[in-house]
Design a protein. Structure first.
Length: 113
């Protein structure tokens, strides 16, 4: 079984480990105070999730380099798309007849001889 306070292994009949019992003896609880203890989970209900192992500095560096390459690629792709959009927008705007878009705010009169 595990200690209810810190989670260390204890004997089956104990609720708290010896270290936690020592700490609790230094700060006793008055007899008239109600103390709530959580229920123990059965041994079969223990979590079996694997903990992530700590990565070595070399592995951390390799992971950061991979992440950096991905981010650099994404930034370059976004930059290329923005340049492509700007160029295509400029070409489109050059092809438009600005006078038709703005309208003519003047009139011309042709004279005949």
């Amino acid at each position: 079984m595990n200690c209810m306070k810190c989670g260390r292994e204890t004997r089956d009949d104990r609720v708290f480990c010896p270290k936690c019992l020592e700490a609790m003896e230094r700060c006793p609880v008055p007899p008239d105070v109600a103390v709530w203890l959580p229920k123990r989970q059965p041994a079969s209900a223990k979590k079996t999730a694997a903990h992530k192992r700590a990565l070595s500095p070399e592995e951390q560096l390799a992971r950061l380099k991979r992440r950096n390459r991905w981010l650099t690629g994404i930034v370059c792709l976004l930059l290329a798309l923005s340049v492509l959009l700007a160029v295509s927008s400029a070409r489109y705007l050059r092809q438009l007849d600005i006078q038709q878009l703005l309208g003519k705010n003047y009139s011309t009169v042709e004279t005949t001889k």
